[in-house]
Design a binder for this molecule. Structure first.
Ligand code: HEM
Length: 175
């Protein structure tokens, strides 16, 4: 490292000075660069926001997949209840008088117990004290464990709607 430092004493400093020199001589390039950087940052922010939102969409996709797709009808009294719910509504939604989610506790949440066939679910599996079958009922395949874990982890993380680690502010570009 010391050798590298001797060879390239201040590479970023040299680069910054060169770019600044070019831009000072060429205001239109400077404006274009600023505009394009702004656009790129806007796209990046949207992409990060979507990635965060996608965690809830992923939950919906798993539930839809469990019943045969996003338009498959669900005959139960509850229908495909997740389809029309916003993330906020999903967090407080109740079925048979109990919230389906216990925020921060995936394993303890009713929806996870329903998918795992844990009491009060699992009459079809012989689960003690079960009063209902594992979900999805009606002869559908169980949801794979790793998909159930995705939903449980999202609930453990308090069902984030936004990126938990917002972009840190960087020093403003000096115009
Ligand atoms: C979270 C709490 C839930 C409760 C309390 C609940 C309750 C029930 C009950 C009582 C039935 C009727 C069972 C029977 O016929 O013996 C049922 C059926 C059903 N549930 Fe759920 N359920 C829940 C979550 C889910 C979820 C997350 C899914 C989808 C992955 C799902 C999919 C189904 C399906 C497909 C049926 C059968 C529909 C039919 O009869 O054609 N349920 N549910």
């Amino acid at each position: 490292m010391p050798q590298a430092r001797r060879l390239f004493p201040d590479f970023s400093g040299v680069l910054t000075t060169t770019v600044r020199d070019v831009l000072d001589r060429d205001p239109s390039t400077r404006r274009r660069l600023l505009r394009d950087t702004g656009k790129a940052l806007t796209h990046l922010t949207h992409a990060l926001g979507e990635a965060a939102m996608n965690r809830f969409l992923q939950v919906k996709e798993i539930l839809d997949g469990a019943v045969g797709g996003p338009t498959a009808p669900v005959g139960a009294f509850h229908g495909a209840f997740w389809r029309e719910l916003t993330r906020d509504e999903f967090m407080t939604f109740e079925l048979l008088g109990s919230p389906i989610v216990t925020v921060g506790d995936g394993d303890g949440s009713t929806i996870i117990k329903a998918l795992r066939g844990q009491a009060p679910f699992g009459t079809d599996l012989g689960t003690p004290e079960a009063t209902m079958p594992r979900m999805p009922a009606g002869g559908l395949d169980p949801v794979p464990d790793e998909q159930i874990s995705v939903i449980a982890a999202w609930i453990d993380d308090s069902c984030p709607a936004e990126d938990e680690q917002p972009l840190r502010r960087t020093a403003p570009l000096d115009e």
